[in-house]
Ligand binder design. Structure first.
Ligand SMILES: [Cu+2]
Length: 135
């Protein structure tokens, strides 16, 4: 039941067999970020993120080309202006079908944070970043 609810939320992760179609990664109420070969959508839980409190991310990664396959997703966050990262190392669980759950994130101070998503594939690593302002 819980799994079904998750799939309803993550409405359109790419289906492997629909590879000829342009992929679209979307999560209701989430953010999107794109790179050369991948689209990624994510949403924090709980929302909004609160200073000093652990949170998780639901993530969908979608390849733009049918032959591209994600070998691994790594997720981190940092404060570029302060030149530091988080005090915790998040863990990424691959749920299949381009869906990932990231646990153990915490933004320990307000300001400009930056999510860093690293998608590893046969070519190497593609990095997607997006700012998150925290008050
Ligand atoms: Cu800082």
């Amino acid at each position: 039941m819980r799994r079904r609810a998750l799939w309803a939320l993550l409405c359109c992760a790419c289906l492997p067999d629909s590879a000829a179609l342009a992929c679209t990664a979307r999560i209701e109420g989430g953010q999107r970020v794109e790179s050369t070969h991948y689209e990624l959508a994510y949403r924090p839980h709980p929302t909004p993120v609160v200073v000093g409190q652990h949170f998780a991310l639901d993530v969908i990664v979608c390849a733009r080309a049918p032959h591209d396959r994600v070998a691994e997703l790594r997720v981190d966050a940092r404060m570029p202006d302060h030149r530091h990262g988080m005090n915790y190392r998040p863990s990424v669980t691959d749920r299949g079908g381009g869906v990932y759950r990231v646990e153990g994130l915490m933004f320990h101070m307000p300001g400009r944070w930056q999510y860093v998503f690293e998608v590893r594939d046969a070519r190497g690593t593609e990095r997607l970043t997006q700012d998150h302002w925290l008050r």
